[in-house]
Design a protein around this ligand. Structure first.
Ligand SMILES: [Zn+2]
Length: 153
């Protein structure tokens, strides 16, 4: 299951694609359980900054200072990984994965408990995406991202 949440599927694999046959910046495929992210069109200055933040400074963990810089200055981060309302791409696709439906699938509101200790309540797709993403982050997602970034950049 997606760490710390009630989900229908195992955690999805997140990949960067070389070729994109869709018009989407990110999408979830239910059959393969893969979230694909298209890095084509990422601005050079944002890539350079992420390399510096994640690689060159040799961080051992993602600090609040790093997150503040990324949140305020980096468009890749702000489109994909940050916690905003309405939700960014990755939380949106993680919620599709948790629900076990594809990006063509439903964006219905749900009345459900999303994680242990949660109260059943009605949430829009954006609200449930962000609630799940907060749980995923609380379970160390950004530190996993830091480790994965070494192979991305
Ligand atoms: Zn969607």
């Amino acid at each position: 299951m997606i760490v710390g949440t009630f989900s229908k599927k195992d955690p999805p694999t997140i990949i960067l694609v070389e070729e994109n046959k869709t018009s989407a910046a990110a999408w979830y495929d239910m059959t393969s359980n893969i979230i694909s992210i298209d890095p084509n069109g990422w601005e050079g200055k944002d890539v350079v900054m992420m390399e510096k933040v994640f690689i060159l400074d040799k961080p051992t963990e993602i600090t609040s200072d790093m997150l503040d810089r990324l949140d305020s200055e980096n468009q890749i981060w702000n489109k994909l990984f940050s916690l905003h309302y309405p939700t960014t791409f990755l939380p949106h696709e993680i919620e599709h994965a948790r629900r076990g439906n594809s990006f063509h699938g439903s964006h219905d509101s749900i009345n459900d408990r999303l994680f242990p200790g949660d109260q059943e309540q009605n949430r829009s797709f954006n609200q449930s995406s962000n609630a799940v993403y907060e749980r995923v982050m609380a379970n160390g997602f950004y530190d996993h991202l830091l480790k994965a970034a070494v192979s991305i950049f």
